[in-house]
Design a protein around this ligand. Structure first.
Ligand code: HEM
Length: 478
């Protein structure tokens, strides 16, 4: 019967109880990309008692997530996802595909589109450039021409979390504000509690045993809820019908325009809609700050590229004003550098796990409904059939031959923000932030390796991949 529907999936044999867990080392995306060379771009492994389909390579991933988008739009019934929904009072990111999820996503999408475009774009620009200015001043101690040595990871995270607070809730904190530092500590806790994957998701019977990882996850989520609860309550007190101060206002205003009966029928309560705040913070903060951390690392490891970017920015923007979003198209090397950082470092090597919403056939293989699907974005970013020497850092690969603009055929070959129904909701805002941070930092400062060995490009794995913390020298140019 199955044969009529499609071929059975290939894949490595696993051990009883453990499945293929021993085939996966500290960089599972690399191990799974290697298995694709033997079994093809679609194959099955088992972790514990769970069969998991792994998708590799940009063409296969696009076929599944874009052309068969509904089939692959689900989220698995993981215990950790259930706990997030329970404690946060909802979450769009970790909820399965349903009519309620579709409307929630639609409202959030139109909110983000509205916030990132047209009338609002200048607000986004002003907020980010102000924040970069604070950061650069803080790093350089306002020392014109003098060298300072700093370790940037913590202040980068504080700066990006400030942007998120400002976009989502309309609040800003000083970089040394204890409340902001408390947020950072909670985020680090969350990365530790959620980043390593949770055995109970793959061996569901473990939930009946005492489980320290789950207890930690509950504790951290509870802290998040308390931290944001106070800000959301205060925010709500000043909300007036039609308010457009920030993303949360847009979301409430947009949902108020929907038919209340429809919202009630789909159980989209105010609490569930407001839980989008957690989705946006959870997905938007570590991703951007880790990408910027990688960008700084590549700037100091490639001083020739940094110098060429500075020359490009000096020529197009000058030094008297900060780069604007409208300069993007005229700064091809800077744009190519950002794309190469996203490709090379694969900040999110796998998407959040997907699941199938119905029985389906992909590339001739039969995949039943409710199968867990791992989408290996790293395999697309480092695919040797699409990229020459993929393990080399080379921004020029994204430019057409004369270097004057981005080559669109290259951007089609990688998917840093995933694709299809679950595509990153904040990709536009993320790209604006990355451009404004990187172009302003490079315009205003020169970054160099601090004395000693150049820092390593070996990643640290967690919710996102990030560099091992390193020191760098910073000199103000402007
Ligand atoms: C460099 C920065 C970023 C990268 C590389 C990135 C990448 C991704 C990826 C790969 C996913 C998984 C999609 C899937 O499961 O198929 C995702 C989901 C998501 N991202 Fe981003 N992201 C970034 C920044 C942001 C920002 C700034 C926000 C919000 C302001 C955001 C909001 C979200 C949300 C809400 C989801 C869940 C979507 C859903 O489940 O429907 N992301 N992102």
């Amino acid at each position: 019967m199955q044969q009529e529907k499609g071929k059975p999936l290939p894949g490595p044999r696993g051990l009883p109880l453990l499945g293929n867990i021993l085939d996966l080392g500290e960089a599972p995306h690399v191990d799974l990309a290697q298995l694709a060379q033997k079994y093809g771009n679609v194959y099955q492994i088992r972790i514990g008692s769970r069969p998991i389909v792994v998708l590799n390579g940009v063409d296969t991933i696009r076929q599944a997530l874009v052309r068969q988008s509904i089939d692959f739009a689900g989220r698995p019934d993981f215990t950790s996802f259930e706990i997030m929904r329970e404690i946060l009072g909802g979450t769009m990111t970790f909820s399965n595909y349903s009519a309620g999820w579709k409307l929630h996503r639609k409202l959030a999408e139109s909110t983000m589109r509205h916030f990132a475009s047209g009338r609002q774009a200048p607000t986004v620009e002003v907020k980010v450039t102000e924040e970069v200015q604070y950061l650069v001043d803080h790093w350089s101690n306002n020392n014109q021409g003098e060298e300072n040595v700093i370790e940037p990871s913590k202040t980068l995270k504080l700066s990006v979390s400030n942007i998120m607070c400002s976009f989502i809730l309309g609040t800003r904190h000083e970089l040394d504000d204890p409340r902001l530092i408390e947020f950072l500590e909670m985020s680090d806790d969350f990365s530790t509690a959620a980043g390593a994957g949770n055995p109970v998701d793959f061996m569901p019977w473990l939930r009946y045993l005492p489980n320290r990882t789950l207890q930690n996850l509950r504790r951290v989520l509870g802290n998040f809820k308390d931290w944001f609860g106070a800000s959301i309550d205060e925010h709500n007190q000043h909300y007036e019908d039609g308010s457009e101060r920030d993303i949360l206002d847009f979301l409430i205003t947009t949902s108020n325009r929907r038919d209340p009966e429809e919202l009630e029928r789909l159980n989209l309560t105010r609490e569930i809609l407001q839980s989008t705040v957690y989705d946006l913070f959870g997905a938007g903060f570590d991703t951007v700050s880790s990408t910027l951390h990688w960008a700084l690392l590549h700037l100091i490891l490639h001083p020739d590229i940094q110098k060429q970017m500075q020359d490009e920015i000096d020529e197009v923007v000058g030094r008297d004003k900060l780069p604007h979003l409208s300069d993007r198209g005229n700064l091809p090397l800077t744009e190519a550098f950002i794309l190469e950082v996203l490709r090379y470092s694969s900040v999110i090597p796998f998407t959040i796990p997907h699941s199938t919403t119905r029985d389906t056939i992909l590339c001739e293989y039969f995949i039943p409904k409710d199968t867990v699907v791992f989408v290996n974005l790293y395999s697309a970013n480092h695919d040797t059939t699409k990229w020459e020497k993929p393990d080399e850092f080379n921004p020029r690969r994204f430019l057409i031959a004369d270097g004057s603009k981005i080559d669109p055929t290259k951007t089609e070959s990688f998917l840093p923000f995933s694709a299809g129904r679950r595509r990153c909701l904040g990709s536009e805002i993320a790209r604006m932030e990355l451009f404004l941070y990187i172009s302003s930092m490079v315009q205003q400062c020169t970054f160099k390796v601090a004395d000693g060995e150049p820092p390593s490009t070996k990643p640290v794995y967690g919710l996102t991949t990030h560099p091992i913390p390193f020191n760098m020298k910073i000199t103000r140019r402007v």
